[in-house]
Design a protein around this ligand. Structure first.
Ligand code: BYC
Ligand code: FE
Ligand code: FE
Length: 483
């Protein structure tokens, strides 16, 4: 059993899938590797490729201690193929195959469906690195710069994880898809990334924190539901990815939290109690809370789009097939087939938002999104507690699910953050109050001055409470100037 846990570094690609004895896949991955390094070097600016970054590397899949921290140059990072240990006699726990043995190979009838989901998952990972590629240049501290690069190398590893599945289980078309994953590019006209949110810009660090809070959390929910998959290698790889994902959301939650804290500290010092004294607050070199709310509105609504249509036959089919389950499927107490159950969604009828009862099977995407909203509330409540502690009269809120949507039942409609349906012309005049305006954007960008001095932080963000791997406050997380 131990060889399932220990990682083999005997070949170029650290792995616990016995790559060295799988000549065919090893060869395919070695062929793919230069293209990957080429993509990485072309994405992350050169000066950071040469820096020593204090990174964690996955060295085992043992839940007790899977990571090792050390200085690494990013192009030398060991992007490995790591799957959670195989569970003996694992059974499919939902859909029409419930109770059957999990598949170790791809069932022919589900090949296209599985490949599509793996490709979509794989496509988001490099997409996010591309979106974040210039942020190193304006990092508010070396601590934050290190966190950015940690997230980036792990998203790179998640791409490897999907590419491994494509090479191992999907033959020639899998190889072709793996190549295409390096060919598409975030925001590109000709070959954009597959899902909307991964073609948006991440122009500043507050966007990065909102992205890792809201969009990486979609990643968590999608990985959780793929971790339920009857296709065992997919399940195992997603389970291990989830251990890394937790840190990405930590970076997001604490990043937004520290931004709020710096604002509160500056307001208190200057004796400002009105959170809407925008100019007074901005003059202090911090981001006012209403603007933070607008950034939240934007990234939340973009992330809701990632759950797909509220009513989806794709989702029903992949649930029936045992390919993609619900969040925590194994803990749910029902028949796990949903043959005659219902689920309530919201829809628009005659300009009003009303509840609608639909077959539960068709509402799998909606259900996952509802679970996501609950999950996303935790951090919001903690941010609000810190605002309350300073006695500032302001509460951050998640906007209505219909706000600013491009996918699903609300796409093409104008819905306020409070859930009021309004005309297109009212939207056009009022949306500057709800989404970052170009003025907001240029103000935030004006704060994005690099702060690369050891132990120092930019004005707009408070230092973290604890260091990475318990390092002291003056730890040099990134060594930029090499002798
Ligand atoms: N943008 O029936 P529907 C992460 C398409 S994030 C553009 O609802 P389905 C990460 C859809 O493809 C997690 N197109 O589809 C986070 C379909 O097109 P076709 C990524 C969209 O399949 C941060 C059509 O509309 N993983 O890991 O039920 C950093 C009908 O839609 C969008 C996954 O998403 C969109 N937003 O649901 C790094 C898991 N939404 O095929 C990484 C795998 C829908 O009819 N993917 N469409 O031409 C899935 O499970 C599903 O594909 C989706 C969509 C949930 C995304
Ligand atoms: Fe990821
Ligand atoms: Fe992530």
């Amino acid at each position: 059993m131990n060889d399932m846990i220990n990682v083999s570094y005997d070949s170029q690609i650290p792995n616990n899938v016995g790559l060295s004895s799988d000549r065919r896949v090893l060869k395919a991955l070695k062929k793919w590797h230069p293209g990957y390094i080429n993509w990485w070097s072309g994405t992350i600016p050169k000066q950071f490729q040469d820096a020593n970054v204090y990174l964690r590397t996955a060295v085992s899949v043992d839940s007790g201690g899977w990571a090792k921290f050390d200085y690494v140059k990013m192009p030398d990072y060991k992007w490995g193929v790591l799957l959670a240990p195989q569970v003996e006699d694992r059974r499919i726990c939902f859909g029409e195959h419930a109770g059957e043995k999990a598949w170790q190979e791809v069932p022919g009838e589900y090949r296209a469906m599985l490949r599509r989901l793996i490709v979509i998952q794989g496509d988001t990972e490099p997409g996010s690195v591309e979106q974040q590629k210039f942020l190193g240049l304006t990092a508010p501290s070396l601590y934050d710069m290190r966190n950015l690069f940690q997230v980036n190398v792990e998203e790179g590893r998640h791409l490897w994880a999907m590419v491994y599945l494509l090479h191992k289980y999907f033959g020639a078309d899998g190889r072709e898809e793996a190549d295409l994953l390096l060919r598409r590019s975030s925001g590109s006209e000709e070959a954009p990334r597959m899902l909307g949110a991964f073609n948006e810009e991440t122009p500043d660090w507050l966007s990065f924190f909102m992205f890792t809070y809201f969009t990486d959390r979609d990643g968590k929910m999608q990985l959780e539901s793929l971790a339920q998959s009857g296709f065992d290698p997919l399940s195992r790889t997603c389970r291990f990815m989830l251990t890394e994902e937790a840190h990405h959301m930590f970076v997001g939650e604490t990043g937004v939290g520290r931004t709020i804290q710096a604002t509160l500290n500056a307001m208190s010092k200057a004796g400002i109690t009105d959170p809407y004294d925008i100019n007074g607050i901005r003059d202090l070199g911090v981001i006012d809370l209403p603007t933070i709310q607008k950034k939240l509105n934007l990234h939340y609504s973009l992330s809701l789009d990632l759950f797909g249509q509220e009513v989806s036959t794709n989702a029903a089919n992949s649930f029936n097939a045992g390919i993609k389950g619900r969040y925590m499927e194994h803990r749910l107490k029902d028949d796990h087939r949903l043959s005659d159950q219902t689920y309530t969604i919201k829809t628009l009828e005659d300009g009003l938002i009303v509840p609608k009862i639909v077959p539960a099977l068709s509402a799998i995407n909606m259900r996952l999104r509802d679970d996501y909203v609950v999950d996303a509330m935790g951090g919001i409540n903690r941010w609000n507690r810190s605002i309350k502690r300073e006695k500032i009269d302001f509460t951050l809120r998640l906007p209505h699910e219909g706000f600013n949507r491009s996918i699903g039942l609300f796409a093409g409609h104008s819905v306020t953050p409070n859930g009021e349906v309004i005309s297109k012309s009212s939207w056009d005049t009022q949306s500057v109050d709800w989404l970052p305006s170009s003025d907001d954007a240029s103000f935030i960008v004006s704060l994005m001055k690099p702060c690369h001095e050891v132990g120092k932080f930019a004005s707009w963000i408070a230092p973290p409470k604890v260091g990475i791997n318990n390092q002291a406050g003056d730890f040099e997380y990134v060594q930029l100037h090499m002798a």
